[in-house]
Design a protein around this ligand. Sequence first.
Ligand code: ATP
Ligand code: MG
Length: 415
Amino acid sequence: MQNERSRQNENETVKPIGPAGSTGPAGPAGPAGTSGSTGGRKKVVLTGDRPTGALHVGHYVGSLKKRKNMLDSGEYDMFFLIADIQALTDNAENPERIRENILEVALDYLAVGLDPDRCAFVVQSQIPALFELPMYYSNLVTMARLERNPTVKAEIRQKNIDKSLPVGFATYPISQAADITAFGADYVPVGVDQLPMIEQTREIVSSFNRIYGRGGRDVLVLPEAVLPDSESQYRLVGTDGNAKMSKSLGNCIYLKDGPDAIRAKVMDMFTDPAHLRIDDPGDVESNPVFIYLDVFCTDELFAKAVAQVGPQRGAAPHASLGELKAHYRRGGVGDVYAKKLLNAVLQDVLAPIRERRQRYEANKGLVMEYLKNGTEHARACTNRVLDSVRRAIGVNYFTDEFFAQSYVRQDSPER
Ligand code: ATP
Ligand code: MG
């Protein structure tokens, strides 16, 4: 990894890469002419997850799928951070929860096909640079700016911790800026809730480079967010209709859920509360069952689900999801029927993921080894960035020969 790269990147605004950027399945192209690799150096991708629980289908559509596509393209150096320190910011009294879930998250990475031979799984707490960098960055961020962060504000409300807000939680965007910059990440594949974090990171990078960059050379790399391929995947709603499926809200379908759990959760899902009778017209736009069908259904999976579930009593089979939606809108499709189709689709999508996970569950020693190796590799990479940061600020007193030479040792003065 190259640490000091010159780029004219100050004053750029955040342009998350998503559908509008039409970046194709493999993810982003870099600045003009730099797609994939720059001067022999691959573009770096960093993203991560809090080990507060196993991962769910929101993670899958919001970030994991994009990661897998980018990894399979072979164009990027990829690091996946299991953010245990960040998870502790609102779980300080429950460290056991974090400890238990480190392996759960790694198993989910493996389950969706992230290959540890081609990327690094990294445990945040084991990387010293990630503790030191936030100290430098925190001087470049005002309290007022931190308090304005909409994601943090929403999470404080959701967790009901406004009266007992831990300093660590309030400042976690700074720690996240350290995570991203320590790897020199160019791209960060995330769900839309993370955009304010990337914005904050970019501000820190711009300030840092302006203050400490030498002779126009930037020290830190300006990252860009990479959003999922369609807007419905930016922030997948919870099964309860809540705006976000989240481990902390208990409204999740987990990647590791078995067939019975998936079925039970789907059949219990929130739908359109005004759709009381089958013949009532129904809303599909804000109806989680149809949102999920939109996100997970391919034409092929839809046809398979219809063949499996059969047509709704008294109706001809729907030829496409569009036809089903139109029928639901005008009235005549029951919630139970739509849920049965969704269940069939999700069972198909999740079965291979769950089966791959189960194979690794039987060999947790191997998973630990992947974590250890990935973390060691990451430590070396991030130390190089840390060195360049120390050099730029000038807190490298004993390794800076020029500085050391200006203090020529004399014989000990007489005391
Ligand atoms: P917690 O409740 O502990 O914060 P979480 O479910 O929000 O957990 P994170 O570990 O905070 O999950 O998020 C990891 C990544 O997954 C982030 O990039 C985030 O944007 C993405 N993500 C999380 N939930 C969703 C969702 N419902 N839809 C789309 N992306 C999501
Ligand atoms: Mg979260």
